[in-house]
Design a protein around this ligand. Structure first.
Ligand SMILES: [Fe+2]
Ligand SMILES: [Fe+2]
Length: 358
C-alpha cells in the first residue's frame, strides 16, 4: 500500500458562509473561499451539473459480497439505480435551472468485483436507462469502477470506450470561454503502470498548454488535493487511492495555477472543497453514498458559483455513508469538521461559494 505524503499546505476553504456561519479557520487553513453569492436573479453565461459515483448495478443480487472483506459489497449503497433514475427524470422535468451540459465524473457503475462481465452488464444498464435518456449534452470521465482500476489498459476500458468512444479518456473542450480538461487518473497509486502514469502527465501538460489565455477547469475521478485532514481521510476512506498519488499531477496544477480555477472530482464519496495555491479542489459525494450530492456550477464573467445539491430527502439512505458507524464503528470527524454530518457534507460555507475568475 503506497501512501506518499506529498501534499503540503493543503487548505480547507473558509469564508463568510450562509446563515452567518463562520467556521474555524485555524490549523491547515491558508486561502479562503470568496464571499458566497446568493444572487439567483443574475443570469450566468452558462450552468453545468457534475454527477459522479452513481454506481449503477444491472441487477441487485451480486456475486461479490466478499469484495474488500465485506466493507463494501452487495447492496451497500442501497437503491443506487432508483436514485439514478430519479436524476434521469429530474433532468427532464425542470428540477434544475437550465443546464448546458452534464459532467459525469466517474464511477457510473459498480463493475469491480464482477470482472469485465460485471462492467459490461452494468454499463449496458447505465447506457440504456441513463445515457440514452439524457436531454442535454454530456461529458464522461472514467472512474476506477469502469476499468477494473486498469488505467489506460484498452482491454479493461473496453466497455467504457464502446459506450463513449476511444477519445473520451484524456480530452478537452472549450465551452463559452472556459477550457475544460478531462484526464484519466482512475488507476492512481498501485494500480497504474509507470508507463501510463508518464503518458497521463504528458497528455495533461499538452492539454494545459492549449488555449493559454482561457481559464481552465480540470476534471478527473480521483481528487488531486485532499479536502479533509489527510491522515484522517486516508484512514477513513480505507482504500489506498484516496488521493492522486503521482506528484507530477499536482506539480502541473501548481505550474498552471494562474489559469486553473478548479479541479472537479468524486471517488471518495464525501463532499468538500479545498484551495491550494488558488486552485480549488471540489469533490462531490455522488449519488451512491449519503449525502447523495450533485454539484451545480454557474459561470459568470467574474466568477464561478458552486453549490452542492442533494437529491430529495425521500431518497436518502444514510446507511450508504462510507465514513460512519456501519463501516468504521464510529462516526468520523476532523478538526475542521467537528460533527459527523459536516465531515461527510462539508461545512455550510463549503457547500455554496464563489470562485473568482482568472
Ligand atoms: Fe465511487
Ligand atoms: Fe472511484
Amino acid at each position: 500500500m503506497k501512501r506518499r505524503s506529498f501534499l503540503k499546505n493543503t487548505v480547507i476553504a473558509t469564508g463568510m458562509g450562509v446563515m452567518g456561519y463562520i467556521p474555524n479557520t485555524q490549523a491547515y487553513t491558508k486561502n479562503s473561499v470568496s464571499l458566497v453569492n446568493n444572487n439567483k436573479d443574475q443570469k450566468p453565461l452558462f450552468r453545468f451539473l457534475q454527477v459522479n459515483d452513481l454506481h449503477v448495478q444491472s441487477y441487485t443480487v451480486r456475486a461479490f459480497t466478499a469484495y474488500n472483506g465485506g466493507l463494501v459489497g452487495e447492496n451497500w449503497y442501497g437503491d443506487t439505480n432508483g436514485r439514478t433514475l430519479w436524476l434521469s427524470e429530474a433532468l427532464k422535468n425542470g428540477f434544475f435551472p437550465e443546464l448546458d451540459f452534464l459532467l459525469i465524473a466517474g464511477d457510473m457503475v459498480v463493475g469491480i468485483g464482477n470482472g469485465l462481465e460485471g462492467i459490461r452488464s452494468d454499463m449496458e444498464y447505465f447506457n440504456e436507462h441513463f445515457i440514452k435518456q439524457l436531454p442535454i449534452p454530456f461529458y464522461p470521465v472514467i472512474g476506477n469502477h469502469e476499468n477494473l482500476q486498469d488505467e489506460g489498459v484498452e482491454a479493461s476500458e473496453i466497455y467504457y470506450r464502446q459506450t463513449f468512444g476511444n477519445d473520451k479518456s484524456d480530452y478537452g473542450f472549450v465551452h463559452k470561454g472556459i477550457h475544460f480538461i478531462i484526464f484519466n487518473n482512475s488507476g492512481s497509486g498501485e494500480y497504474v503502470s509507470g508507463k501510463r502514469a508518464k503518458i497521463r502527465a504528458e497528455l495533461l501538460e499538452q492539454m494545459l498548454e492549449r488555449h493559454p489565455s482561457l481559464p481552465k477547469v480540470l476534471c478527473c475521478h480521483i481528487p488531486v488535493i485532499p479536502v479533509r485532514h489527510k491522515e484522517t481521510l486516508s484512514k477513513s476512506f480505507r482504500f489506498p487511492n484516496w488521493i492522486t498519488m503521482e506528484p507530477e499531477i499536482l506539480q502541473l496544477t501548481e505550474k498552471h495555477r494562474n489559469k486553473i480555477l478548479a479541479i472537479l472530482s468524486g471517488h471518495i464519496h464525501l463532499s468538500g472543497v479545498a484551495c491550494h495555491q488558488s486552485v480549488y479542489q471540489i469533490v462531490s459525494s455522488g449519488l451512491a453514498s449519503f449525502p447523495h450530492d450533485m454539484t451545480l456550477y454557474s459561470v459568470f464573467n467574474d466568477r464561478m458559483d458552486v453549490e452542492f445539491i442533494q437529491i430529495p430527502s425521500d431518497l436518502w439512505e444514510p446507511k450508504s455513508n462510507l465514513y460512519g458507524c456501519r463501516r468504521l464503528r464510529r462516526d468520523i470527524t476532523d478538526e475542521q469538521h467537528i460533527d459527523h454530518l459536516s465531515y461527510i457534507m462539508g461545512n455550510p460555507s463549503e457547500r455554496i461559494f464563489s470562485i473568482p475568475m482568472k
